[in-house]
Design a protein around this ligand. Structure first.
Ligand SMILES: [Zn+2]
Length: 261
């Protein structure tokens, strides 16, 4: 495939060199460093895509809650959707040929998975889609799948890549750190992480057509369980919500982007 359109979702927690919540949540020098590390990994992925397909069109969405990409250091040949008031499907459409993840972490509750969470580390215990436990990777891979787009690349910690392989066995994965705890990991050096990401992203770009989209069958049913002591008043106003118990909810739709994915 030449001139592929590639959509890249980024997050800050799955980057080599990042392992503490304060680096991803609190504005300041530590978060700025984490953002530089992520931006360099994103740029390495873009370089890898362009190595394999010099005419590829790459669109990167900054998927981290408070913003994770340093726009001044962002790759000159890609386009970016910065953090902002955006909801599913995040300007993703059927015209894209592949979805990539850079900096991905594992779902909430995964053991020894650094900075693991599902959307909100402070409020969500778990998500399920059509009965399958899913983190951010699964929900968004399914969203892409509902648009016919295969998810072909993921970089992040070993638990995040294993989680991705459960759903997309043929995905190209770049493990940049091994989890040892919620705020502990053994990391590749940043240059080595970038080299691995570049090479793996290049290989993935060469095999886009060999990876099947991750497709769930509609109607879609999402089950969400919140942590204890979370204020659910805003959430419970959502139309079409079925309450299962005090902190567990189900919502259904034939359109995946209408759910919390
Ligand atoms: Zn995340």
């Amino acid at each position: 495939m030449s001139g592929a359109r590639v959509y890249v979702i980024t997050d800050l927690e799955g980057v080599a060199g990042v392992q503490r919540w304060e680096e991803t949540r609190e504005e300041g020098p530590k978060k700025e460093r984490a953002m530089r590390l992520l931006t360099a990994e994103v740029n390495a992925a873009v370089d890898g895509i362009l190595d394999a397909d010099p005419h590829a069109q790459v669109v990167v969405w900054d998927g981290h809650g408070s913003g994770g990409i340093d726009i001044e250091r962002f790759h000159p040949k890609a386009r970016i959707i910065p953090r902002g008031p955006i909801g599913p499907p995040y300007f993703m459409d059927e015209g894209f040929d592949a979805l990539f993840f850079v900096g991905q972490h594992a779902m909430a509750g995964t053991s020894n998975a650094p900075l693991s969470h599902t959307y909100s580390s402070r409020t969500v215990e778990y998500y399920k889609l059509n009965g399958i436990p899913m983190g951010e990777f699964g929900c968004r891979a399914a969203l892409a799948g509902s648009l016919g787009i295969p998810t072909v690349f993921v970089s992040g910690d070993d638990r995040a890549v294993a989680e991705a392989r459960e759903l997309v066995p043929d995905i190209f994965g770049a493990v940049v750190k091994e989890g040892r705890g919620i705020e502990m990991a053994v990391h590749l050096s940043p240059p080595l992480a970038r080299q691995l990401i570049r090479e793996t992203a290049s290989a993935a770009t060469g095999h886009i057509e060999d990876v099947s989209p991750f497709v769930l069958t509609p109607p879609y049913e999402q089950e969400i369980r919140f942590l204890r002591n979370v204020d659910l008043s805003a959430y419970t106003r959502r139309p079409g919500l079925e309450r299962i118990d005090e902190r567990t909810f189900v919502v259904r739709s034939d359109v995946l982007s209408e759910l919390m994915v």
